[in-house]
Ligand binder design. Structure first.
Ligand SMILES: Cc1ncc(COP(=O)(O)O)c(C=O)c1O
Length: 408
């Protein structure tokens, strides 16, 4: 027998492990399973007709440009359109500039490469977005999870975590329609975060992937980015990551970073080495989508669709889940976060659900240290409305079964 070849992997790669989410994806895309697993937009809601119209109407010279490489910082008209859009949310570009990225995940990668050395610490919410956690760990950083309540990060817990750790390089937070916790930060907690980073000279990476996905107009004011709320000095400590993934389509792989001018050039150099430029084709289409008002109309069309799914899930949860189960009703976004009584393992519920054709993601996948074993995430964004009642009923049966096994 041929001897096995030993590949000379890097330290970083030796630290990587498969995520539970990836393992679950085989169920999530299987036609026989109802999936609450993927944190993704609904396939049937994408602006397919709008994109056809946009491309059809582009002048020939712009179409040709779309096939070509572009500047590392981004397609200039798109950068301008993103600036104008972000200005409408109260963000000033006096001391900041926009870098177009290949999805906001690339933005988070660039920030990680800018700041992280092995054994540095990133403070992140507990739970947090698994893509970012995996990235921080791939830089061999220590990720310290800081608990939240229904209003966001808990002030004492954040102070405590910060004091306990050395070399804290930045705080990573998702204040709007959090993935996976489904919550939105209160105004007081937003102000607390700003005063905390100011007091401690700490960098904040604000991930605002779900900013536009509020369900009720009255909640719109709450979604104001922290970068827009900060005073001029504190704003220099804030990096903002945005994305077209939830407001257009993740297939375009487009996001943006709003960077303090003092770090813009370094970020550009990192991006240059990663992919030279984000897809110009995507950028040309996204530019018209944003600039010519397609996006606003599209958002008006999809918000009620996600709200409907949230309503159907909550109705079914009230009907089928025991009252010991805790959750916060989402005011926007894609996610409902479920907390079972302390001794009940969500894994038991998932096993029952999988046996009965339903899949979701365990909460511990969103924890940097595999805690949160009594929690799970229901992503209601990409399910058919007529499947929700049945699927939640099955999860409810699983919860009752898991509770009875531990005598709750
Ligand atoms: C909080 C958060 N940030 C970033 C991303 C990554 O998005 P993108 O497709 O822009 O890389 C996601 C995707 O689910 C997300 O939930």
């Amino acid at each position: 027998m041929e001897p096995e070849f030993t590949y000379p992997f890097s330290e970083t790669v030796n630290h990587l492990k498969s995520s539970d989410i990836r393992d679950l994806m085989k169920y999530a895309i299987h036609p026989d399973y109802i999936s609450f697993a993927g944190g993704m937009p609904n396939n049937h809601l994408f602006p397919v007709d709008e994109v056809e119209e946009i491309y059809h109407n582009l002048p020939r010279d712009i179409k040709e440009l779309a096939f070509q490489y572009g500047p590392t910082t981004g397609y200039p008209p798109l950068r301008e359109a993103v600036k104008k859009y972000m200005e409408s949310k109260g963000i000033s570009f006096e001391n900041h500039d926009v870098l177009i990225t290949t999805g906001s995940l690339q933005g988070i990668y660039i920030i990680s490469e800018l700041f992280l050395d092995p054994s540095d610490t990133v403070l992140a919410e507990l739970p947090s977005f698994i893509g970012a956690l995996t990235l921080f760990k791939s830089f061999q950083a220590h990720v310290e999870g800081v608990p939240m309540d229904r209003d966001g990060l808990i002030p004492e817990k954040l102070r405590h975590a910060y004091k306990k750790q050395n070399n804290v390089k930045f705080l990573y937070a998702i204040p709007n329609f959090h993935n996976p916790a489904g919550l939105i930060y209160s105004k007081e907690r937003r102000e607390f975060i700003l005063s905390f980073i100011k007091e401690n000279n700490l960098v904040l990476l604000e991930d605002d992937a779900y900013n536009e996905l509020y369900f009720d107009e009255e909640d719109r004011a709450l979604t104001r980015p922290l970068l827009a709320m900060a005073d001029e000095q504190t704003a220099k400590q804030i990096i903002y990551a945005g994305t077209f993934s939830k407001i257009f389509g993740p297939g375009f792989r487009l996001g943006w970073l709003i960077l303090p001018k003092g770090i813009f050039n370094k970020a550009e150099i990192i991006k240059q080495s990663l992919d030279a430029c984000s897809p110009n084709f995507s950028q040309v289409i996204a530019d018209t989508f944003l600039r010519e008002g397609y996006m606003e109309k599209y958002l008006e069309r999809i918000r009620p669709q996600y709200k409907l799914r949230r309503d159907l899930v909550l109705q079914a949860v009230r009907k089928y889940f025991p009252e010991e189960v805790k959750y916060v009703e989402p005011k926007g976004g894609f996610y409902l976060w479920i907390e079972l009584p302390g001794q009940v393992e969500a894994k038991k519920v998932l096993d029952y659900a999988l046996d009965n054709g339903v899949v979701f993601v365990l909460g511990k996948s969103f924890s940097p240290d595999d805690s949160l074993v009594n929690t799970f995430r229901i992503a209601y964004s990409n399910v058919e409305t007529d499947e929700i009642d049945k699927a939640i009923r099955i999860i409810g049966e699983g919860i009752y079964k898991a509770m009875s096994e531990v005598g709750v």
